[in-house]
Write a protein that binds this ligand. Sequence first.
Ligand SMILES: Nc1nc2c(ncn2[C@@H]2O[C@H](COP(=O)(O)OP(=O)(O)OP(=O)(O)O)[C@@H](O)[C@H]2O)c(=O)[nH]1
Ligand SMILES: [Mg+2]
Length: 198
Amino acid sequence: MLRIISADFVISAAQPAQFPKAMIPEVAFAGRSNVGKSSLLNALCGRKGLAKTSSTPGKTQQINFFRINDRYHFVDLPGYGYAKVSKTDREAWVRLIESYLTNREQLRLVAALSDIRHEPTVLDLDLFHWLDSIGRPFVVVLTKYDKISPAQAQARHDEVLALVSKYVSCIGVIPFSSNTRHNFDKLTGAVGKALEGR
Ligand SMILES: Nc1nc2c(ncn2[C@@H]2O[C@H](COP(=O)(O)OP(=O)(O)OP(=O)(O)O)[C@@H](O)[C@H]2O)c(=O)[nH]1
Ligand SMILES: [Mg+2]
């Protein structure tokens, strides 16, 4: 099981040339704006202020790399589907994220986040579909588990499991809360396995 001992900010990259060149395994966190990517990364690392979070969507605008235990990277991606930016900015983000997800050799797993309170949005489904089409292993993380009842969460979990059963690149669906750390071990287990290949 992955135990995170150190987590350090590396770089905020606005273009592929700025991505770290080190060939160390990495896991990326993707999902729509405000779904809880940065909070999840902080929860995993046990460090509240490591990745900047905000109740205002669109907080993370570049690709942020964090070095974990001096041997892995965690990668906080900018959220998609954030309306309050210009079309040109939005297109630049999409290009940046797509280029990262498509070409990044070191990338072992994408955590694709979706808010457990709602059915996956069209954009969430697009991401799952697209990751599967390029053969990128991904785990669906249903965020903000603490915001609904266990029964509602179970129903959503079942529904999403059925939705992703057709995707061979999807390794699982994990309900999670950054606030209560619900399923923390399950998520670090999946992440550690992807990084260490066992
Ligand atoms: N109750 C609850 N709130 C959460 C949880 N995770 C995130 N939040 C809240 O959701 C809001 C957005 O969280 P962020 O982690 O900044 O979301 P993000 O996906 O990084 O957003 P962008 O950077 O804008 O793409 C913040 O107000 C968080 O406190 C959770 O597990 N439970
Ligand atoms: Mg963020």
